[in-house]
Design a protein around this ligand. Structure first.
Ligand code: AMP
Ligand code: GLY
Length: 429
């Protein structure tokens, strides 16, 4: 692709990070986003088409003569957007509906993992509400209850309260006719974003999300309150084990499929005593993990994503920088249960690439020339520097300049990693 046109599907921080990475790519001349946010409108052209409208997005891709479509969220992938685009000859970063089932159905993912001998938590699928108590008793606390289908990050309950576990399992059966009850995995989590096509796979720097709302990993689960990369918990030996026991078998499995997997396989790991096992697979780039991963890619992002879309990753010379990145999310008042929207955001002037920090917009939109909040996670400040501590400092320096009534952010993003690096400082060279 020389001087190509790219369409990004989605409108969160992940998609803004993709837009910035693509704008910095020599190979990309035009960026379109559907639907985008206030941040992407400063880089490319936003189109008011929801990501889930797969016919609308396909029509747009044809109209703008897209050379590449990059799909951010899971819903259009599961609904077959990538298949539709490929069938009319438009290269697409993102798997077809078959491949996306790895995220679309947790039972399907478990079945594949079991077949391939991939390390993951034991699980039982329950269809009969009368069996729930028996299964919970046989597993013991804490319990992990998972709804089968896409649930926008709200499908998992982890609890040591038997009544809450039973309620979560029974209501899932009422809604979905089945539920997965899983044993609890101890350890520390990390995310691996793995670029994959039939020719090869490439593991991007490991990252760590902060899913709980409040400091110290307390409070309700959220879409992610911050992240950093590379995550020191995923030492080289852990990544090597993850490649041999998880990623290589998945690559072999997908490569035999009729329509090969071309996109990102997100591997959510639990690491205990250096041994990784799978908490979840996603069929897409993670959010906010992408915001701390893309700035570490030195290669032309447009050419990289196109090579995956065309099944030529094996020929690509991927270059990753030695830097660290950390992102801190600014959330709306009331997030995650009842986020306030429509409030003006100020203090953004000059912060876009201020002192090694990027502002990644998520729930923002333009209204009468002003930038206002339009979602729970409003934006995040991403610091990039030679050490993790400096990257974190840059992120906090940038986020503290931004004003949003009732806005709040965690104060401890990356602190666990800093403690780990302090106890073995060599890893932060
Ligand atoms: P998921 O939507 O599958 O990523 O699950 C959401 C979160 O629940 C994960 O990021 C973990 O923090 C937690 N979780 C899921 N499965 C397990 C498990 N088997 N053991 C411990 N924690 C889990
Ligand atoms: N950060 C978790 C996810 O993207 O699913």
């Amino acid at each position: 692709m020389r001087e190509g046109t790219v369409l990004i599907v989605g409108g969160g921080g992940r998609e803004h990070a993709l837009a910035i990475g693509l704008a910095n790519s020599e190979s990309v001349s035009e960026i379109h986003v559907a639907p985008g946010n206030a941040g992407t409108s400063g880089i490319g052209t936003n189109h008011p088409i929801p990501a889930s409208d797969i016919h609308g997005v396909t029509k747009l891709a044809v109209e703008i003569e897209a050379d590449l479509v990059v799909i951010g969220p899971e819903a259009p992938l599961v609904a077959g957007l990538a298949d539709d685009l490929r069938s009319i000859g438009i290269p697409c970063f993102g798997p077809g509906a078959n491949g996306a089932m790895i995220e679309g159905s947790k039972q399907h993912a478990k079945k594949i993992m079991r077949k391939l001998g991939i390390p993951t938590a034991e699980s039982v699928m329950v269809r009969d509400e009368n069996r729930v108590m028996g299964v919970l008793d046989s597993m013991g606390p804490p319990w992990v209850i998972k709804r089968d289908g896409l649930a926008a990050g709200k499908g998992v309950t982890v609890t040591s309260d038997i009544e809450e576990a039973e309620y979560a399992a029974s209501s899932a059966i009422k809604k979905d006719e089945s539920v997965l009850i899983e044993s609890f995995l101890e350890g520390e989590e990390a995310s691996l974003l793995v670029l994959m096509d039939e020719s090869d796979f490439a593991v991007l720097p490991a990252s760590q999300d902060h899913k709980r709302l409040n400091d110290g990993d307390n409070g309700p689960n959220t879409g992610g309150m911050g992240a950093y990369a590379p995550a020191p918990v995923a030492e080289i030996s852990v990544i090597k084990r993850a490649i041999s026991s998880i990623i290589a078998p998945m690559h072999e499995y997908f490569s035999k499929e009729e329509s090969p997997y071309r996109g990102c396989l997100y591997v959510g790991l639990m690491i205990r005593d250096g041994l990784p096992s799978v908490v979840e697979f996603n069929a897409r780039l993670g959010d906010p993990e992408t915001q701390v991963t893309i700035p570490l890619i030195e290669s032309d992002l447009g050419l990289l994503l196109l090579s995956v879309a065309e099944g030529k990753l094996g020929e690509f010379d991927l270059k990753i920088s030695d830097n660290y990145a950390a992102t801190v999310v600014l959330a709306s008042e009331g997030y995650p249960h009842n986020p306030a929207k429509g409030r003006e955001i100020s203090g953004l002037e000059g912060t876009q690439f201020d002192k090694g920090a990027i502002i990644h917009h998520a729930g923002t939109k333009l209204s009468n020339g002003k930038i206002i909040s339009s979602g729970g996670r409003v934006l995040s400040a991403t610091g990039i520097d030679e050490s993790l501590s400096e990257a974190i400092e840059a992120a906090y320096g940038a986020i503290s300049k931004i004003n949003l009534e009732g806005g709040h952010f965690r104060q401890d993003i990356g602190s666990r990693a800093l403690d780990r690096l302090q106890s073995s400082p060599k890893s932060e060279d």
